[in-house]
Design a protein around this ligand. Structure first.
Ligand code: TYM
Length: 334
């Protein structure tokens, strides 16, 4: 069975919902960070399929998207020899732990989650899972006693909730969970929609022209970037408040090239938006085209199933131990 390098002591965990193909925002905000961190941390990365069903899904598409996301993780550079990659719903202890945590989470605290307020306001017929989803996320994190949770800023509030839940549980029942920290990089904090740069780039965005998907045709990606909303100033300067469109494109460049904001501003001083957009499109399509090449090699390979089968055993063992400990602490029958 796979084991982590003994010298590595700190651990991380993150997940992405398989509700369609991942966006450039998911890639920069979560996956790229995991790739960067995988040599230094014990890394757990999973497909959050039980989170995806908090919004109605077409079963056949969901099934396809789950496997596709595993292949995308690998294609993006998540190394299966360094990370434990697994599918959330294959480990029933996440839901078991979540229930015990739900019974220790105040209703009022969950009502304050901004993502819930936002999503429920868009659809009056939402289901209970949409409300309790952050507790399942806390269960995902707390089951593994990880140190850091690499996420985009939109998930920060949920990681904070996980910390609160853990602290309260530890206080009430005795030391049970490690308290994790959100890990958020500066440049990838929040990639914005290309058409509406005041909104985050999201699969559920109303105008799909503002969203770049990792499996989009490269010409389509180029077109989306070339028609990104900017402003009338013709000045390439980082100023998210007054120039959200240009600042978003700068952010994308910083995240993908590792260059500093000032360097990009200097390189494009006096140049027009068309030139800058061409440069951004080139950076994005170069990165995405190599991911796509790897993806189409991996998607039908049987090694994918082998990796998942091996890893699920490891994660079930860890999460089961945590669940049993929680049961004991709470006085449930063991
Ligand atoms: P999800 O699937 O909405 O997003 C996956 C990851 O991508 C980040 N992200 C972004 N980052 C920058 N710019 C954007 N426009 C952008 N859009 C999304 C998200 O912050 C996230 O890191 N609940 C989670 C999945 C999850 C999870 C967990 C994450 C379930 N359990 C435990 C960490 C730990 C979600 O819906 O992410």
């Amino acid at each position: 069975m796979k084991e982590f390098d003994q010298k590595i002591t700190k651990s991380i965990l993150t997940g992405v919902q398989p509700s369609g193909v991942i966006t450039l925002g998911n890639y920069i905000g979560a996956i790229k960070q995991m790739v960067r961190m995988q040599d230094e941390f014990k890394s757990y990365i999973f497909i959050a399929d039980m989170h995806a069903i908090t919004i109605p899904q077409d079963p056949a598409s969901l099934h396809k998207n789950i496997r596709s996301l595993v292949a995308l993780y690998l294609a993006c550079g998540i190394d299966p020899n360094k990370n434990i990659i697994f599918i959330q719903s294959e480990n029933e202890y996440h839901a078991n732990i979540s229930w015990l945590l739900e019974c220790n989470t105040p209703f009022g605290e969950l009502s304050r989650m901004t993502q819930f307020k936002d999503k429920s306001s868009k659809n009056v017929n939402f289901y209970a899972g949409l409300f309790t989803y952050p507790v399942l996320m806390a269960a995902d994190i707390l089951a593994y006693d990880v140190d850091y949770v690499p996420v985009g800023i939109d998930q920060k509030q949920h990681v904070e909730l996980a910390r609160n839940i853990a602290e309260r549980f530890n206080k009430k029942y005795g030391e049970t969970f490690k308290i994790p920290d959100a890990y958020i990089t500066k440049s990838g904090t929040k990639i914005m929609d290309l058409v509406n740069p005041d909104k985050k780039m999201s699969k559920s965005s109303a105008n799909q022209k503002g969203v770049i998907y990792i499996l989009d045709d490269l010409k389509v990606i180029q077109k989306k970037i070339m028609s990104a909303t900017t402003d009338s100033e013709c000045l390439i300067k980082y100023d998210p408040e007054n120039k959200p469109g240009i600042s978003n494109l700068i952010n994308i460049c910083v995240a993908l090239t590792g260059k500093k904001v000032e360097e990009i501003e200097r390189d494009f001083a006096g140049k027009n938006y068309g030139e800058f957009k061409k440069y951004v499109a080139n950076i994005v399509t170069t990165e995405i085209s190599s991911i796509q090449k790897r993806y189409y090699d991996i998607i039908n390979s049987s090694t994918l199933d082998k990796i998942l089968d091996e890893n699920i055993k490891i994660t079930r063992e860890i999460a089961k131990n945590k669940f049993m400990l929680m049961k004991e602490k709470m006085g449930l029958y063991k």
